[in-house]
Design a protein around this ligand. Structure first.
Ligand code: FNR
Length: 213
């Protein structure tokens, strides 16, 4: 994994080659909180993304609790259809998870449950998915990320093989307007996004986004 020079964020100096079509990536924060560090982390990812990635953030406000009685064509709540469509149109997904009681928050699990159906036709199936997380605790969502990997296994997502971006002590790493200000974390996140792009071009579903070199 590459990292920028410590004194610079001149990423173009890395000589990075985007390799063709821009990849659309959907970032989903697993928190509804206005000041969510996980949303801020996705905003930092959007800012730091290599030029071959375009990150759109999809907030979970309005997604109702999963109800199998409504999980039929023509019956699904509109925000759920929008979410499934947005996942389907993305080449890859980034899930930003808080850690709640050693696991992923209910709102994030709920979204994965909606997106997991119909069985065999989940928009998450065979979709590259990367995990990041931020927490005020010291181990930065490491336990929740392991939990999330297990859940993604069940839906046959292609989880990025990576130790992941786990931001502990989040209160000190973002400023009062939510900007990620911790330089090593910014560098690590950027390198992570480069790995996501390279890997998505290798394993992604559409031949036109494959790496050209
Ligand atoms: C937490 N938090 C927390 N942190 C952690 O590192 N391990 C944990 O098990 C928990 N458990 C937990 C449960 C509940 C119900 C809450 C509300 C919080 C702290 C949590 O990670 C912290 O509040 C994050 O800032 C939440 O993420 P957002 O909302 O900032 O994205």
């Amino acid at each position: 994994m590459r990292a920028p020079r410590e004194d610079s964020e001149d990423w173009s100096a890395e000589g990075y080659d985007a390799g063709g079509v821009t990849l659309r990536v959907l970032g989903i924060p697993g928190s509804l909180r206005a000041g969510s560090y996980n949303r801020f982390l996705l905003e930092a990812a959007r800012e730091l993304a290599p030029r071959g990635l375009e990150i759109e953030i999809f907030g979970l406000e309005g997604i109702p609790p999963y109800n199998a009685d409504l999980d039929e064509d023509g019956e699904r709540p509109e925000p759920v259809e929008r979410l499934k469509g947005a996942i389907d149109e993305a080449e890859a997904v980034i899930l930003a998870t808080p850690e709640y009681n050693y696991g992923i928050p209910g709102v994030l699990k709920n979204v994965i449950d909606w997106a997991s159906r119909p069985a065999g036709r989940s928009p998450l199936r065979d979709r590259p998915v990367a995990i990041v997380g931020a927490s005020t605790g010291t181990i930065g969502t490491a336990r929740a990320q392991e939990h999330l990997k297990t859940v993604l296994h069940a839906v046959l997502a292609l989880t990025l093989p990576h130790p992941g971006v786990a931001v502990g002590g989040a209160g000190d790493k973002f400023d009062e307007v939510g900007r990620l200000i911790h330089a090593p974390t910014r560098a690590f996140l950027r390198a992570f996004l480069e790995d996501l792009e390279t890997w998505t071009r290798r394993v992604g579903r559409r031949p036109e986004v494959a790496a050209t070199s």
